[in-house]
Design a protein around this ligand. Sequence first.
Ligand code: NI
Ligand code: MN
Length: 226
Amino acid sequence: MNITYYGHSCFGVEVKGKNLLFDPFISPNELAKNIDVNKVAADYILISHGHEDHIADAVAIAKRTNAKVICNWEIYNWLTKQGVENIHPMNCGGKVKLDFGNVKCVVAQHSSSLPDGSYGGNPMGFVVESTEGNFYYAGDTALTYDMKLIGDYRQIDFSFLPIGDNFTMGADNAIIACDFIRCNDIIGMHYDTFGFIKIDKSEAVSKFERAGKKLTLMEIGTQLKK
Ligand code: NI
Ligand code: MN
């Protein structure tokens, strides 16, 4: 799998030749100003919840690429009103079989409203399963015991976890999450974009190291093979 970091919680993951794009928030992100949002590839757009910093570019990218959007029922209704047509609505606990593998929606402990203030439904994370491997994209979430169910459910090869604290869990709780999901190979997200979530990156990496786990913090615009 080929992973591209577009900043904040936005990643592209190529699975079986299909481009999965998570939580597109690029054009308003000062740290991602070198990314051309008009060139971001997507066959699927997975949206964890309705907050602006996860959905800002979703409508434009969905319309340009005609990617299938995976999101909850309330976001499905909202995107439909914005003229997005190719959407697969889901909700927590549900799984769908797609051409690259499966996507299972899992619990995230957070809130969710849409940019216009309307109700965004429940926030979610995603477990992606394919013959190339399985990974967990947590979205915005606190540490929650529900993560143990993810570890029970599937072998997770690597995981995207928020580490910015304040709005989500921080590095200390993400280290505990590793034990719950039984995965020690973590790509960090949701840090440094705004003042509230600025972190000491080298301290976070060494905390993971001391706990016997690996935290990778990708440079925006770079790629990583898994
Ligand atoms: Ni959020
Ligand atoms: Mn957020």
